[in-house]
Design a protein. Structure first.
Ligand code: GDP
Length: 436
């Protein structure tokens, strides 16, 4: 719902030196003034020092004011910098909601930046990668995307394709005096340039994906579903800690798992259970972070329990574990029957994982999900261009080539987001944190 005003805490939960609440939308100024006590001058971007009314009293705060359109979302944006006390920050957020701000969805600020044309989809995805980056290589790979490395290449390809379209149109205009075919030499020259451009963009994205490391697959699900046992069964060795007591897996355990094409990093998580103590809380926070940055999850359910859906939109394999137990019901549709104890269904699980990351090309290596999306669009565009060109060589009319070029352009627009379907956008932005 663009047009309404959203607010969210943009810093992680828990105590810290500072916490930040972000507000964006047309009513930002009015809503913030309901809690802000201090100087405020709405005409231009500024940082104000004052106090925030938390309902019980006032607290020292800063307010960064970025009026539309010179803000991340191109809407009026305010950021309240508060003392990093969780209860206080929640109280202020609750007041902002009472004043009319809606709680922001995951990634909604970034989605608004994309909607307003502030950033294209590939840059937004770069931001997502950057937030999830856990090492230098991933940070560098994300930075290339945020910096517009792919967006610039796609824009150049787009412009070449448009030029070729124009050439086709011009040929159509002169159909009576000419044969209706695009001049061969110019066509081949432009085709060669486009081919080189596509190769270069694919190589850029392939290198970026390889730099970002192997795809991360998180084992997640209820405590005692058998995640650690499954981790060992997939790897064919004893590594994770397995115990009857729920919540045994305190730390994230990682290991490389070979797949049909390439490999993935298999991560065992603490069960997504209730927070019971400090140690459990920490493990939960790590699990949530791992969920956010996983490329795929293996969602494990105990076949004796009622199956639940994974809490994120990440690509997943649903595993119905412990089928060796007597009297368990058959796997529900879409779930893979497995016994981590006997090994039944483990080869099928490996195959399903391999399938998730199979790019259909050995040279591409283990592309991560985003890169896979980009590479697929680039390949589709290139294939359509080649199909049009070979039809031309075989004597087809310029009109046909123009059609193929338009399809190729639409495939490229999937990368910038110009023609990306809402469900795909939902899925991409759902992987961001709230407040991002
Ligand atoms: P986690 O909390 O999800 O990591 O679960 P664990 O892997 O620690 O397993 C919990 C308990 O269930 C352990 O006693 C395992 O031996 C048992 N378990 C796990 N998978 C299976 C299975 O496929 N069959 C049977 N019979 N027991 C299993």
């Amino acid at each position: 719902m663009p047009g309404d005003t959203i607010a969210a805490i943009a810093t992680p939960p828990g105590g810290a030196a500072r916490a930040l609440i972000r507000i964006s939308g047309p009513r930002t100024r009015e809503i913030v003034s309901g809690v802000w006590r201090g100087p405020f001058e709405p005409a231009s971007r500024a940082l104000f020092t004052g106090r925030v009314d938390d309902g019980l009293g006032t607290q020292p705060a800063l307010c960064a004011w970025m009026p539309a359109p010179r803000s991340f979302t191109r809407e009026d944006v305010a950021e309240l910098h508060l003392p990093g006390a969780e209860a206080l920050v929640r109280a202020v957020l609750a007041r902002l909601h009472e004043l009319g701000a809606r709680p922001a969805q995951p990634g909604e600020f970034t989605r608004r930046a994309f909607r307003s044309g502030r950033i294209d989809l590939s840059r937004a995805e770069g931001l997502l990668e950057l937030v999830c980056a856990s090492n230098e290589a991933e940070r560098a790979a994300a930075a290339e995307l945020v910096g517009g490395g792919l967006a610039r290449r796609v824009e150049a390809l787009r412009s070449e394709l448009l030029d070729l379209c124009a050439l086709c149109e011009a040929t159509l205009d002169f159909e009576e005096s000419d044969t209706g075919h695009v001049p061969r030499a110019e066509l081949e020259q432009r085709a060669a340039r486009l081919r080189a451009g596509f190769d270069e963009a694919l190589a850029f994205e392939g290198a970026r994906a390889r730099r970002g490391g192997e795809p991360r697959v998180l084992l997640a699900g209820a405590p005692n579903a058998g995640k650690s046992t499954l981790f060992n069964a997939l790897l064919g060795r004893e590594e994770a800690l397995v115990d009857e007591a729920a919540g045994t897996t305190r730390d994230l355990v990682r290991a490389e798992l070979a797949l049909a094409h390439g490999a993935c990093l298999l991560i065992d998580s603490a069960g997504l259970e209730e927070e019971r103590d400090e140690l459990g809380r920490e493990a939960q926070a790590r699990t949530r972070a791992a969920l956010a940055s996983a490329d795929a999850i293996i969602w494990v359910a105990d076949a004796r329990s009622t199956p639940s859906e994974p809490p994120s939109a990440t690509p997943r394999v649903l595993v119905w574990n412990q089928i060796d137990r007597a009297g368990v019901p058959p796997a529900p549709p879409g779930w893979l029957p497995v016994s981590a104890r006997t090994g039944a269904g483990i080869p099928e699980l490996s195959a399903a994982l391999g399938h998730l990351f199979d790019t259909g090309s050995a040279e591409a290596g283990p592309l991560r999900e985003l890169s896979l999306r980009h590479a697929t669009a680039l390949r589709q565009a290139r294939e359509r261009l080649e199909a049009g060109l070979s039809a031309q060589r075989a004597g087809a009319e310029a009109e046909l080539l123009a059609e193929d070029l338009h399809v190729a352009l639409a495939a490229l627009d999937e990368i910038s987001g110009a023609s990306t379907r809402e469900e795909v956008l939902d899925r991409i932005f759902a992987r961001f944190c709230i407040g991002k």
